[in-house]
Ligand binder design. Structure first.
Ligand code: 13P
Ligand code: SF4
Length: 303
């Protein structure tokens, strides 16, 4: 197979009747073939409105499973089966059960978690609405997992006791290892730039930020802010997206921030996926029902 273009893929998706959804961290080429690109919350909202019978999802597995759970009778395919999220896989169902037994508090599960773990949670959230969801729960103690940095941010914003589960080992390697020195170095090079960070970064990086938000909230911030320069502390795909969307503004990313799993999808395997209608995502009906219930409750709490 030689030189597959964005246009070739768009044409094939249309011919085969696929709607294409992609996360903001996908390669910019792939973002261009998608009918919809967004953060986890927007993808959940979008997934509930799809009319076509076939969906090509470009992101990682927990996101594809959510899209399938919300479209149980539709065909959902992904180009690579192994595109996963190590942080999501760090939270096991037993950890949730143990924490609930120990503290007797509600469990809020971050959408970056397995479908199996979600079965044991009381509430669901994304990085865009975690603060809002937790603030609306009638409990001063909240169990939250798997991201410890997001848990810490939510605790700071809500004033509640937010207990991270699994704890120290729950983090995203792309965001957790960014250092204050890396961001300060960029700030030194571009003193006028505003610092925009994802809440998955550690607290010391968060405290020097001008804005903290999910990937799509970042986009809204840079669109409305009068500044012309921004240091974007999240995965590279988002930096590329902002550069393309706002050519009159300048965006500086942190070189080390690459999600290896998000980058497993490429033009070649996406073309192949459409050609062969593969790889199909399947979820159990009962698991899908629980996830749909959690999504519904989350959307009601974060309107
Ligand atoms: P968003 O929902 O903010 O896009 O984040 C998803 C994610 O995987 C962050 O690493
Ligand atoms: Fe998971 Fe981090 Fe990749 Fe997001 S950036 S999908 S949290 S590994």
């Amino acid at each position: 197979m030689i030189n597959i273009s964005i246009e070739d893929i768009k044409k094939l998706a249309k011919e085969k009747g696929y709607v294409v959804l992609a996360h903001n961290y996908q390669l910019y080429d792939l973002q261009q073939i998608a009918d919809f690109v967004g953060d986890s919350l927007q993808l959940a909202q979008m997934a509930r409105k799809i009319e076509m019978d076939k969906i090509l999802f470009l992101g990682v597995d927990f996101m594809a499973e959510m899209v399938k759970a919300l479209n149980i009778d539709k065909k959902v395919i992904v180009p690579v089966r192994t595109a996963t999220c190590p942080m999501a896989n760090s939270l096991e169902p037993e950890m949730i059960l143990e924490a609930k037994k120990k503290y007797g508090a509600p469990f809020v599960i971050y959408v970056n978690s397995t479908l199996e773990a979600k079965q044991y949670a009381d509430y669901l959230c994304t990085s865009a609405n975690a603060v809002e969801v937790v603030s609306k729960i009638d409990s001063d103690v909240i169990l939250f997992g798997p991201d410890k940095n997001l848990a810490n941010y939510v605790a700071e914003k809500t004033g509640k006791k937010v207990i991270p589960v699994p704890g120290e080992t729950g983090y995203c390697y792309v965001h957790n290892y960014v250092t204050l020195q890396q961001v300060l170095r960029l700030k030194n090079l571009y003193p006028k730039a505003k610092v925009v960070v994802h809440p998955e970064v550690p607290k010391d990086v968060r405290t020097i930020a001008d804005y903290v938000g999910s990937t799509s909230q970042m986009e809204k911030f840079v669109a409305l802010d009068e500044s012309k320069e921004f240091i974007i502390v999240t995965e590279k795909g988002m930096v590329d997206r902002l550069k393309a969307l706002y050519p009159n503004k300048k965006f500086y990313g942190v070189n080390s921030m690459l999600c290896y799993n998000m980058k497993k999808n490429n033009l070649k395997n996406v073309y192949k996926a459409l050609q062969n209608d593969q790889f199909e995502i399947n979820v159990e009906k009962t698991q899908a029902e629980k996830l749909s219930y959690l999504v519904q409750k989350m959307l009601e709490m974060s309107r």
